[in-house]
Design a protein around this ligand. Structure first.
Ligand SMILES: NC(=O)c1ccc[n+]([C@@H]2O[C@H](COP(=O)([O-])OP(=O)(O)OC[C@H]3O[C@@H](n4cnc5c(N)ncnc54)[C@H](OP(=O)(O)O)[C@@H]3O)[C@@H](O)[C@H]2O)c1
Length: 230
């Protein structure tokens, strides 16, 4: 199996996503678009296999209904722990992550949420727990250090963050990201597409360019935390 020479460490926090040449992650109104070619999709599954946890935002969980597993890889590597960041418990009880867990083909989904006394939230919590999902409460889901700290406390040392746009923006503005791996697809999604709107080399991030390489038609661009670059 390839290793892509990414020098991942066992405690790394890695943000990864695919974008078009005009910096978009999704189509108009957040519609799902397959940007990655076969070779870079395979790398994404390999990256999943190299992290203990994989986190997405609740909008991605609702829109794309992802399975967050390593099904493209041979040799049955362990799937990462699926984690959804979801302040108001909007995660659907018929999501594939829940169905896979019920069918014994996926890990128990973890939903990181903000503690709330609101009846709707309590009802949603009960409904999700009834499916077997694990509800993990933090004080503030917008506090990335707090969210990641809680996830690490629960035994997940390495975490991969896969999107979408708002989650990416939150994470790469926090100082705790070790790797940022962007798949750039030679396509344009136009001004209606959804982007992450962030100046990666400017203020608000301590990531610096490491290298880039080609996979199929896509270019993979790797940034690393400035202090951990060799
Ligand atoms: N190109 C790619 O690689 C890629 C990857 C994944 C997804 N996507 C696309 O991205 C789109 C979804 O992106 P999105 O921006 O709408 O949603 P998102 O980033 O998936 O989820 C954002 C939601 O997560 C919740 N959240 C909780 N804590 C947060 C925090 N600290 N920071 C940010 N959000 C937090 C918020 O909802 P609450 O306030 O309700 O908690 C927020 O609205 C989909 O269309 C999907 O296809 C693309």
């Amino acid at each position: 199996m390839m290793n892509y020479d990414l020098a991942l460490k066992p405690t790394d926090l890695t943000v990864t996503f695919a974008q078009s040449l005009d910096g978009k992650l999704a189509g108009a109104l957040g519609s799902q678009v397959v940007l990655s070619c076969r070779e870079s999709r395979f790398m994404t599954h390999w990256l999943r296999s190299r992290h203990q946890g994989i986190l997405v935002g609740v909008n991605t969980a609702i829109n794309d209904n992802p399975q967050l597993n390593t099904r493209l890889l041979h040799g049955d590597p362990e799937n990462p722990q699926p984690i959804v960041l979801d302040t108001h418990l909007r995660f659907p009880i018929d999501a594939k992550l829940i169905k896979n867990y019920a069918a014994g083909t996926g890990k128990q989904p973890w939903i990181v949420t903000a503690t709330n006394e609101d009846q709707l939230w309590l009802d949603r919590k009960a409904a999700l727990e009834a499916t077997g999902a694990r509800i993990i409460e933090v004080l503030d889901t917008r506090n990335i250090s707090q969210v990641v700290g809680r996830i690490r406390q629960l035994g997940i040392s390495s975490l991969m963050v896969e999107g979408g746009a708002q989650i990416i923006r939150s994470f790469i503005q926090s100082p705790i990201v070790d790797n940022l791996i962007i798949t750039v697809s030679p396509t344009f999604l136009g001004k209606e597409g959804v982007g992450y709107e962030l100046d990666l080399e400017g203020r608000g991030t301590n990531l610096s360019f490491e290298r880039s390489f080609q996979l199929g038609r896509d270019t993979i661009v790797v940034f690393k935390k400035a202090s951990s670059s060799s």
